[in-house]
Write a protein that binds this ligand. Structure first.
Ligand SMILES: CC(=O)[C@@H](O)[C@H](O)COP(=O)(O)O
Ligand SMILES: NCC(=O)COP(=O)(O)O
Length: 250
């Protein structure tokens, strides 16, 4: 079965936040993604609300649960008390815990599992008591010990951090080496009963090799590259519509 695609809406929210206007509409773009067959939507509300606002969280929950039953809502973030209370209030299907500093520009590493074993155990138990699936953001080259701890702390899945793979877009040899590292980590994690998600800087160009190396990949969450493609493939039609609005014959 093909990996499920969860569309990350952070980039749409970031574009909306340039102005004090309601477009592009985050819920509207979530609806387009789900109507097109996406398995779910992902958001990563950051403490400064630079893209997803806390008010987006219930609106997207209503979209997924009321209009697309069976699709999934995935919320990513650092497990601060504020974040944990947010997900407990809105109960997404999946919570992806990411070791991000609040000031960080974007996610750029997975958990240090040994150093965070106790905290991750507490948080996984707490989230699972409320029925949420828990995925832990993991470096693409985890050791056997790392994935053992990920299982022992109670996670259901790991999400492979694919940023370094995405960064090899102009170096086929380096990309192939990263696919193998990601695949080895996935094999180790699956041998311990963990399911595998992946995300960060995935694109149409780099997805096929990853999906071939990890045939049991459960889910990918994609935002930046997918949003860039949506703009690229929608631009020509949109320019024609604006010309028509000016009375130009198109
Ligand atoms: C957890 C992760 O991989 C990130 O890709 C994240 O969701 C992206 O965050 P930004 O959109 O804030 O860069
Ligand atoms: N978990 C990764 C994610 O949701 C999207 O990352 P990106 O495609 O915006 O890099």
């Amino acid at each position: 079965m093909a990996a499920k695609l969860s569309v990350n809406l952070n980039a749409i929210a970031m574009l909306r936040n340039r102005r004090d206007l309601p477009w592009p509409d985050v819920v509207g773009f979530g609806r387009i993604a789900l109507e097109a067959g996406a398995a779910g939507v992902t958001i990563h509300p950051r403490p400064d609300e630079r893209h997803i606002r806390f008010s987006d969280v219930p609106a997207l929950k209503a979209l997924v649960k009321n209009e697309f039953p069976g699709r999934e809502y995935n919320i990513e973030g650092y497990p601060s008390e504020d974040f944990l209370e947010l997900v407990e209030r809105h109960l997404p299907d999946q919570v992806t815990l990411v070791p991000d500093d609040p000031a960080q520009a974007t996610s750029d590493h997975g958990w240090d599992f040994a150093a965070n074993r106790e905290r991750l155990s507490e948080v996984c138990a707490r989230l699972k008591r409320s029925g949420m699936r828990v995925s832990l953001f993991a470096d693409g080259d985890c050791s056997e010990d790392d994935v053992t701890i990920a299982r022992e702390v109670g996670a259901d899945r790991i999400e492979l951090y694919t940023g370094p793979y995405g960064g090899c877009y102009d170096d086929a040899g380096a990309a192939a080496r990263w696919v193998e590292k990601l695949g080895t980590t996935a094999d180790r994690a699956m041998a311990r009963g963990l399911d595998i998600n992946a995300g960060h800087d995935l694109t149409i160009a780099n997805l096929p090799a990853l999906a071939t190396r990890i045939p049991k990949l459960a889910e990918v969450s994609i935002g930046h590259g997918l949003t860039a493609d949506a703009l690229q493939y929608g631009m020509a039609e949109t320019v024609k519509r604006y010309r028509r609005a000016l009375g130009d014959s198109v």
